[in-house]
Design a protein around this ligand. Structure first.
Ligand code: NAD
Length: 510
C-alpha cells in the first residue's frame, strides 16, 4: 500500500466532533507486525460515556432522524456505502496496521462487504414492514389494529479486535437503518478504523447519531452496559465477557444481542473432493491467522483418508507465506499481541502434553523485516481427541486439531459436543448426504463444500453459548426495532362495548 496517513493522535468522536478524553489521558496502539506504536488514542472513562450517551440520546429525540421516511433513509445508507469506498484506502491502512489483517483480505473482502451491507440494508428499508395491519376482529367489536416497528433508542456496540471495522458495521448499519443512534466502544488494540468510519458516517447523519468512546472494557464497556439511557447492547467478543455483559445489562433490562466465540467442527466425508476440501479446510482455519470466530478449528477425518489427509494438509500449510500484512503477497499476518501469542503457544504446549501429534508448525515464527512482530507458524495437530483442551477451548490462533472418526454418527456427535454453536461445515460430493448431516449440526451457519462465506442478506449468529440473536440482512433490522401494537376501537356505542362489563356490572352513560 502506498498510502501513508498521520496516525499520531486520535481523540474520541462525540456529537459529531473530535474531543479529548475528560481525563486527558491516552493509550498506545501498536502494530502487531512490527511492535511499533502507530497511534495515541484518547483513554475514555465513564464521564466520556456520559457525554456520548447524552449526545446519542438527544439525537434520538430528534423526530427528523427517528422518523425519517424510508426513501430518505435508503439514500442515506447508499451515501454511506459510497463514502466507505471513497475512503477505503485509509480504512484498510488503519485496520492493517493495528489488527494485522492483510491488505489482500481487507481490500477484496472486508471493505467491500461493509459498503455492500449498507447498500443491502438501503434496499431492505424500502420494503421493510414498518407498519402492518391486522385483520379486523369480529369480537369483542370491530377495531383497527396495527403493529408498528419502531427504533429501540440508544444502542451501544462493543466490538472485538479481530475484524473491527466489519464487525462495527454489522451493528452500525442496521442501527442507523432503523433510526436508532449509537455509541461504539472498539477494542483497545484496534480503535483506529472504527474512529475513521464514524467520522465518514458523521458526514451524512445528524450530530450525535454516531459516537465512539475508546478505552478499556472496565472503564468504557461497563458504564455503557449499565447506563440507564442505553436501550440496547450489541456485543461481539468472547463468551466469557459476553456472559458478564449479559449480567450487567440485566440490571436495566436492556435488549441484548451477543455474538460470541466458537470451536467450529468441519467434517470431511469419505467421498469429499479433496482438491477443494483440503485447501478449503485450511482456508477455514488459517485465514487471519486463525483469529476468526467462525474458524473451522476441529477437522473430523474418516479412518480411510486419515494419514493421507494429514500429510497433504501439512504440505499445503507449508506453502503459506507469513509476512507484513501491508504486503499483498502475505498469506498470514501476525496475531494481535505478544500476550495472544503466549496464549496460543501455551495451547500448543497443552496439545503436546495431552498426547496430540504435532504435524507441523507449533512455534513462533520470525519474519524478515518484522522481527518484533507476533507471528506463529500454521500449526496442525493430529490424533486429537474431542476431550482435549485444544479441542474444547477457543484458541483464536492458527491451530488446527484433526480428530479421527470411524462412523459418521460418531463424528456428528463429537461435532456437537461443545458449548459453542457458531459455525460448522461438511465436505462431500453427495448433496443429499450433506443435508442429512447439516440437519443434525447445531450451529448458526453451516457450509457445504466451503467456509467463511457470509452473505449480507443472510443471518449470522450462534447457537448455544456462541450467542443470542442474529446480525445482517433483514434479520438484523428486526434486532434493532421493537414492536408496538396500536389498537383503535370502532365501537362508539357504550352499550355495545360489552368488554367494559368485565369491570362494570351496570354500564350507563355519564
Ligand atoms: P473480548 O471479549 O476480550 O473483548 C471484546 C470487547 O469487549 C472489547 O471491546 C473489550 O474491550 C470489551 N470488554 C472486555 N471486558 C469488558 C467488560 N468487563 N465490560 C465491557 N466490555 C468489555 O474479545 P476479543 O478478545 O476482543 O475478541 C475475540 C473474541 O471475539 C473471540 O472469542 C471471538 O470468537 C469473538 N468473536 C465473535 C464473533 C461473532 O460474530 N460471533 C466475531 C468476532 C469475534
Amino acid at each position: 500500500m502506498s498510502i501513508k496517513v498521520d496516525v499520531s493522535t486520535f481523540p474520541l468522536f462525540i456529537n459529531g466532533e473530535w474531543v479529548p478524553a475528560v481525563s486527558g489521558e491516552t493509550f498506545d496502539v501498536h502494530n502487531p507486525a512490527t511492535g511499533d506504536v502507530v497511534a495515541k488514542v484518547a483513554k475514555g472513562n465513564k464521564y466520556d460515556v456520559e457525554k456520548a450517551v447524552n449526545a446519542a440520546s438527544a439525537a434520538f429525540e430528534q423526530a427528523e432522524w427517528r422518523d425519517m421516511n424510508p426513501k430518505d433513509r435508503s439514500k442515506l445508507l447508499y451515501a454511506i456505502a459510497h463514502k466507505i469506498i471513497a475512503n477505503s484506502k485509509e480504512l484498510i491502512y488503519l485496520e492493517a496496521i493495528s489488527s494485522g489483517g492483510t491488505v489482500r483480505r481487507l481490500s477484496s473482502s472486508d471493505v467491500m462487504q461493509m459498503a455492500d451491507l449498507f447498500q443491502t440494508l438501503g434496499k431492505f428499508v424500502l420494503e421493510y414492514p414498518f407498519s402492518e395491519t391486522l385483520p379486523v376482529p369480529p369480537f369483542p367489536g370491530p377495531a383497527h389494529n396495527f403493529v408498528w416497528r419502531e427504533p429501540i433508542g440508544v444502542c451501544a456496540a462493543i466490538t472485538p479486535w479481530n475484524m473491527p471495522m466489519l464487525i462495527a458495521t454489522w451493528k452500525i448499519a442496521p442501527a442507523l437503518a432503523m433510526g436508532n443512534t449509537i455509541v461504539i466502544k472498539p477494542a483497545s488494540y484496534t480503535p483506529l478504523s472504527t474512529l475513521k468510519l464514524a467520522e465518514i458516517i458523521s458526514e451524512v447523519v445528524p450530530k450525535g447519531v454516531i459516537n465512539v468512546v475508546t478505552g478499556s472494557g472496565n472503564e468504557v464497556g461497563e458504564p455503557l452496559a449499565t447506563h440507564p439511557k442505553v436501550d440496547k447492547i450489541a456485543f461481539t467478543g468472547s463468551t466469557e465477557v459476553g456472559r458478564h455483559i449479559m449480567s450487567l445489562a440485566s440490571h436495566t433490562v436492556k435488549n441484548t444481542t451477543l455474538e460470541l466465540g466458537g470451536k467450529s467442527p468441519n467434517i470431511l466425508l469419505e467421498d469429499a473432493d479433496l482438491n477443494i476440501a483440503l485447501p478449503g479446510s485450511l482456508f477455514g482455519v488459517f485465514l487471519h491467522s486463525g483469529q476468526l470466530c467462525e474458524s473451522g478449528t476441529r477437522l473430523f477425518v474418516p479412518d480411510s483418508l486419515y494419514e493421507m489427509v494429514i500429510e497433504k494438509l501439512a504440505e499445503l500449510a507449508g506453502t503459506l507465506k507469513l509476512g507484513n500484512p501491508l504486503d499483498p503477497e502475505t498469506d498470514m499476518g501476525p496475531v494481535i499481541s505478544s500476550q495472544q501469542k503466549e496464549t496460543i503457544l501455551s495451547y500448543i504446549e497443552s496439545g503436546k502434553k495431552e498426547g496430540a501429534r504435532l504435524v507441523c508448525g507449533g512455534k513462533e515464527a520470525v519474519v524478515e523485516g518484522c522481527e518484533n512482530g507476533h507471528f506463529i507458524e500454521p500449526t496442525i495437530f493430529a490424533d486429537v481427541t474431542n476431550d482435549m483442551k485444544i479441542a474444547r477451548e477457543e484458541i483464536f490462533g492458527p491451530v488446527l486439531s484433526i480428530i479421527r472418526y470411524g462412523e459418521l454418527d460418531d463424528a456428528i456427535k463429537m461435532a456437537n459436543d461443545t458449548i459453542y454453536g457458531l459455525a460448522a461445515g461438511v465436505w462431500t460430493k453427495d448433496v443429499n448426504k450433506a443435508y442429512e448431516v447439516v440437519r443434525q449440526l447445531r450451529a448458526g451457519v453451516v457450509w457445504i463444500n466451503d467456509w467463511h462465506l457470509l452473505r449480507n442478506d443472510a443471518p449470522f449468529g450462534g447457537y448455544k453459548q456462541s450467542g443470542i440473536g442474529r446480525e445482517m440482512g433483514k434479520y438484523s433490522l428486526d434486532a434493532y426495532t421493537q414492536l408496538k401494537h396500536v389498537h383503535t376501537s370502532m365501537v362508539p356505542d357504550l352499550h355495545k362495548r360489552r368488554w367494559n362489563q368485565l369491570l362494570f356490572s351496570n354500564l350507563h352513560e355519564t
